[in-house]
Design a protein around this ligand. Sequence first.
Ligand SMILES: NC(=O)C1=CN([C@@H]2O[C@H](COP(=O)(O)OP(=O)(O)OC[C@H]3O[C@@H](n4cnc5c(N)ncnc54)[C@H](OP(=O)(O)O)[C@@H]3O)[C@@H](O)[C@H]2O)C=CC1
Ligand SMILES: CC(C)(CO)C(=O)C(=O)O
Length: 308
Amino acid sequence: MTQHWILGPGAIGRLLAYTITPVAAVTLIGRRTLPDRQALTTPEGERQVQSLNVTTSEQLRHEAPVPPAYLHITTKAMAAEAALESLAGIIHPSTPLVLWQNGFSAQPHITRAWTGPVLCATTTEGAYLSGNEDVVHAGRGHTFVGDLDNRHGELVEALVHTLTQAGLAATAVNDIRKRLWQKLAVNAAINPLVALHGIRNGELRGDAYSGQVAAVVKEVAAILRAEGIPPPSGQGEQAWLALVWQVVTSTANNKASMLQDREAKRTTERGAILGPLIESARRHGLSCDVLKALDAEIAALEADYLAS
Ligand SMILES: NC(=O)C1=CN([C@@H]2O[C@H](COP(=O)(O)OP(=O)(O)OC[C@H]3O[C@@H](n4cnc5c(N)ncnc54)[C@H](OP(=O)(O)O)[C@@H]3O)[C@@H](O)[C@H]2O)C=CC1
Ligand SMILES: CC(C)(CO)C(=O)C(=O)O
């Protein structure tokens, strides 16, 4: 059986481990010990329990594990490189990686630094944790998999086959860079504003916030034009705005991930979402005062609650 190691036993990591275990050999790796009996509540509300092969990077150091065919990294973006580093000397540097992060920071950095293949996955599956032994699969979505340089088509296809066999809708693509930026654009327009104002996504449609969404999208659209990233359908700023309102409406009742991070007093993914946009604006000589102000406000908020 193909060995899949999943590093980062959070919502996406546990969803993947739980789902792939029936069709492949899975090892779920954390930095602290977790129970091996893990429950998953399906989108239909059924709670199922399964034994997973759960371990820590420290424990792996004392074993002689079968090398994995894929190492999935399912930490938050800012933790991905340190998590990978924690397996130095345990996995071979030619091991194929699969990065599941939102944003566009871990992907280019790790693709440049890792000597083996690096695949990227972008997913609209929705999951959240409910304790040390429970994950809730809140909504089914679709996963797109590719690699930034389109050099690893066979590995991508084989992974997509496994995900599909496991019941996760997945497609191999040759434009993963574009898809990652498109998702980042939507995240940049929604996440910082809802986190700062403490509101659910749908509330952005109100008079108090809709102008702020439009101001963010104006800057994001100009930056993505300079990056050569088109909206998924239509053209220009209006198409980006329409996409954002479509996602706001379809996720109206959601607490976005950045708001959940704020409420749980965790570091947010602002560096992976706003960071690449601000850096791109700098490279292309574009102004991005709205994005910079949002980034500074989130940074101040984080510093405040992380210190308390
Ligand atoms: N949840 C979702 O529905 C979706 C998430 N994503 C993206 O997927 C990524 C993961 O998100 P999500 O699963 O929600 O995040 P979580 O915060 O639920 O999980 C992150 C996990 O990473 C673990 N971790 C952190 N550092 C290390 C380390 N050094 N070694 C091992 N494990 C480590 C954490 O462990 P610990 O418990 O010890 O802190 C935690 O279990 C993010 O980039 C997110 O944007 C994308 C689409 C949907
Ligand atoms: C699309 C959105 C904003 C849905 O909540 C999301 O991906 C997130 O919460 O990070």
